[in-house]
Write a protein that binds this ligand. Structure first.
Ligand SMILES: N[C@@H](CCC(=O)N[C@@H](CS)C(=O)NCC(=O)O)C(=O)O
Length: 229
C-alpha cells in the first residue's frame, strides 16, 4: 500500500485527493508540523527539504516528494486523472508545471515571505508584490478553464490539475491568516469558481478533505481545518 505523510491542509491534501479519486487504499502517517516533526532526521531521510508531502510507494527505490511529481507518478501508474486523449498531453504538462513552479512557488512566498528576504521589514512589500502575481495567475487559469468550456481545466476530463489548482486556491484564501487574498476575490472568476464548486461536490474529494479535518466550504471562501491532534 502507498504511504502518505501528512499534516492538515498541507500540500499532502492534493495527493490525498488524488488517492481518493483513484480509489486507492493508502496508509496515512501524521507529521506534527507544529512540533517540528518535519525537521527531524527521520523525516529528513524521506524528504531532505523537510517539506510535505512524501509518498512512499513499494515500486520505487526512494520516497517520492514534490507534489507535481507525485501526481504525475500516480496518474501514469494508475492510468487515471490525466487526459485520455494523447493530443491533450502537452496542455496537461504545461499546466502541471505552471501550477508547480509558478502558482505554488509564488504561494510559498506569500506564506513564508520572511524566508525569502534577509530584511524582515521587507516581508510585507514582498507579500504585496507576490499577491499581485497570484491574482494574475488565477485570472490566467480562469481564462484557460473558460476556453475549454469547463467544467475542468482540460475540459470534460477531471485531472490532477484540478485537484492541485483547487488546493492552491483554497490556501490562497486562508494563509497566512489575515494576509490571504480578500474574501470574495475568487467568485468573480466565474469559470474557476464553477470548477471549485463542481469539485467540492465529489464524494471522493469530500472524504479526502474530511480526513484532514476540512469541512464546510472546501475551496470557495473556505473554512480553516480543525485543529490537529
Ligand atoms: N514544492 C513543494 C512544496 C511543498 C510545500 O510547500 N509544503 C509545505 C506545506 S503546504 C511545507 O511542508 N511547509 C513546511 C515548511 O516549509 O517548513 C511540493 O510541491 O511538494
Amino acid at each position: 500500500m502507498d504511504r502518505l505523510y501528512w499534516s492538515p491542509d498541507s500540500a499532502n491534501l492534493v495527493v490525498r485527493m488524488a488517492l481518493h479519486e483513484l480509489a486507492l487504499p493508502y496508509d496515512a502517517v501524521p507529521v506534527d508540523r507544529a512540533a517540528g516533526a518535519h525537521r527531524r532526521q527521520d523525516y529528513l531521510d524521506l524528504n531532505p527539504q523537510g517539506l510535505l508531502p512524501v509518498l512512499v510507494v513499494a515500486e520505487q527505490d526512494a520516497p517520492l516528494f514534490e507534489t507535481a511529481a507525485i501526481l504525475l507518478y500516480l496518474a501514469d501508474r494508475e492510468g487515471g486523472l490525466s487526459p485520455a486523449e494523447p493530443r491533450a498531453q502537452g496542455r496537461f504538462l504545461k499546466w502541471l508545471f505552471f501550477l508547480s513552479n509558478t502558482l505554488h512557488a509564488d504561494l510559498r512566498i506569500l506564506f513564508y515571505a520572511e524566508r525569502y528576504t534577509v530584511d524582515p521589514a521587507a516581508a510585507p512589500a514582498l507579500r504585496a508584490g507576490v499577491r499581485r502575481r497570484i491574482d494574475a495567475h488565477l485570472v490566467l487559469l480562469d481564462q484557460a478553464i473558460a476556453a475549454t468550456g469547463g467544467p475542468w481545466l482540460l475540459g470534460e476530463t477531471l485531472t490532477v490539475l484540478d485537484l492541485y489548482l483547487a488546493a492552491c486556491v483554497r490556501w490562497a484564501q486562508l494563509y497566512p491568516p489575515g494576509e490571504a487574498l480578500a474574501v470574495g476575490a475568487i467568485r468573480p472568476l466565474a469559470a474557476l469558481a464553477g470548477m471549485l464548486e463542481a469539485l467540492a461536490e465529489r464524494p471522493a474529494i469530500v472524504a479526502a478533505c474530511a480526513a484532514e479535518g476540512i469541512e464546510g466550504a472546501l475551496f470557495l471562501e473556505p473554512a480553516m481545518p480543525a485543529p490537529f491532534g
